[in-house]
Design a protein around this ligand. Structure first.
Ligand code: PLP
Length: 399
């Protein structure tokens, strides 16, 4: 019988009614990689777009893993409505380009993260946004940089690598009085030491890549704005320009974030011990740690950081590049790598990495020489960490 059709096979592509709903729930957030979300009816989609129902439509506009991570970081910062982005720089970009436009002026701290500095110097001016850099430890210098059209001031609380402490209280007051937005990149300090929203910051930014995720296996950012309309402007800019994070990265960062408080405390204990250890040594020009009494901003570190010195220690070797080479080669087991906030200790040499573009003269002006190292202290057993550092210092002394 020629016109008899073969029996229909039920397609494996027909979608099931929804995700499995059992009587019990997973204790770990599931990874939800779906890019698209199906709605029951156009009316149901309307309800979602109009905010009468919760749900997602398309992953660039948001997805469950980003939401879960954002709510957890919100809780740490004591705010609500934060947004996760694909990197820390995506968060910086979303804050600047989501809220500033042609004709605006932005003031940035003169020791911001390298790429943030570059954004201020090279990129914003191309979009008609003028910028000025000023020393954030000196509120008078920030005030002198302000113009009638200044829209935003962007600072970090602890500078890299010299660990200077910004006058966040003074700058917040200045911005409030002048109606200027204060944006604080809280990556170095983390909410364990500083919650910028409590100081009056209008925008808070994180590179989640660093301490919050903590394992050097994801690149992510987070940002929050106090005002709801500004939150919406930032979110729209981030969605339009595609600054969206991946669900898997968000999931991995959530896993890391669960141990953030423990990692922070352990790394800080190690950092204090390392600073103490280094301060007693010959052959070092200086040792910087925020809560030590010989730190140039020691009083402010107590007030602003509430005694939380953090996990970063900076010191200066006697000798030039040769001593620096000998130190990293001799400090066996400690990675010489351009990052911070990892579970393991990493060594940064600003003259050859983060601050190489500045040139020797500009580096010298902010206190960076060939002998300057910034240590992002990790969770190693203390004796092993100090031993590895000592072996590096011995090698440097012989060079
Ligand atoms: C690393 C870092 C950034 C950029 O973050 P990415 O996740 O690498 O894009 C921004 N600000 C500070 C202070 C950082 O340390």
């Amino acid at each position: 019988m020629a016109d008899e059709k073969a029996p229909l096979v039920k397609s494996s592509l027909l979608r099931p009614a929804g995700p499995h709903k059992g009587a019990s729930q997973p204790v770990v957030t599931p990874i939800m990689p779906s890019v698209v979300y199906a709605s029951e009816t156009p009316d149901a989609l309307d309800a979602q777009y109009e905010g009468r129902a919760e749900g997602h439509t398309y992953a660039r506009e948001g997805h469950p893993n980003a939401d879960v991570l954002a709510r957890r970081i919100d809780a740490l910062e004591g705010v609500s409505g934060g947004l996760v982005t694909g990197s820390g720089m995506a968060a910086v970009t979303a804050a600047l380009l989501g809220l500033c436009g042609s004709g605006d002026h932005v003031v940035g701290g003169d020791q911001l993260y390298g790429r943030s500095l570059r954004m201020m110097r090279d990129d914003l001016p191309r979009f008609g946004i003028d910028t000025t850099l000023a020393d954030p430890t000196d509120v008078a210098a920030v005030e002198a940089a302000l113009r009638p059209e200044t829209r935003m001031v962007l600072i970090e609380v602890v500078s890299n690598p010299t660990l200077r402490i910004a006058d966040i209280e003074g700058i917040a007051e200045l911005c409030r009085a002048r109606g200027i937005l204060l944006a604080v990149d809280n990556t170095f300090t983390t909410p364990a030491a500083v919650k910028p929203a409590e100081f009056g910051a209008d925008i808070v930014i994180h590179s989640v890549t660093k301490l919050l995720a903590g394992h050097s296996d994801v690149t992510l950012g987070w940002l929050w704005a106090r005002d709801e309309d500004r939150r919406k402007a930032i979110r729209d800019f981030a969605v339009t320009s595609g600054l969206t994070p991946s669900p898997f990265d968000c999931w991995l960062a959530e896993r890391g974030l669960l141990t953030f408080a423990l990692r922070y405390a352990a790394a800080q204990d190690n950092a204090e011990a390392l600073a103490r250890h280094l301060a007693g040594k010959d052959g070092l020009r200086r040792v910087l740690y925020p809560t030590r009494s010989d730190h140039p901003d020691a009083a402010r570190a107590q007030a602003v950081l509430r005694g939380q010195g953090g996990h970063m220690v900076t010191f200066e070797l006697d000798g030039g590049r040769e001593a620096a080479n000998a130190f990293t080669a001799g400090a066996e087991g400690l990675a010489f790598a351009p990052t911070l906030g990892d579970v393991a200790t990493t060594l940064s040499h600003p003259a050859s990495s983060s601050h190489r573009a500045l040139g020797a003269e500009a580096r010298a002006a902010i206190g960076i020489s060939e002998g300057t190292f910034r240590v992002s202290v990790g969770l190693e057993e203390r004796a092993a960490l100090l031993d590895a550092i000592d072996r590096g210092l011995d090698a440097a002394a012989r060079a």
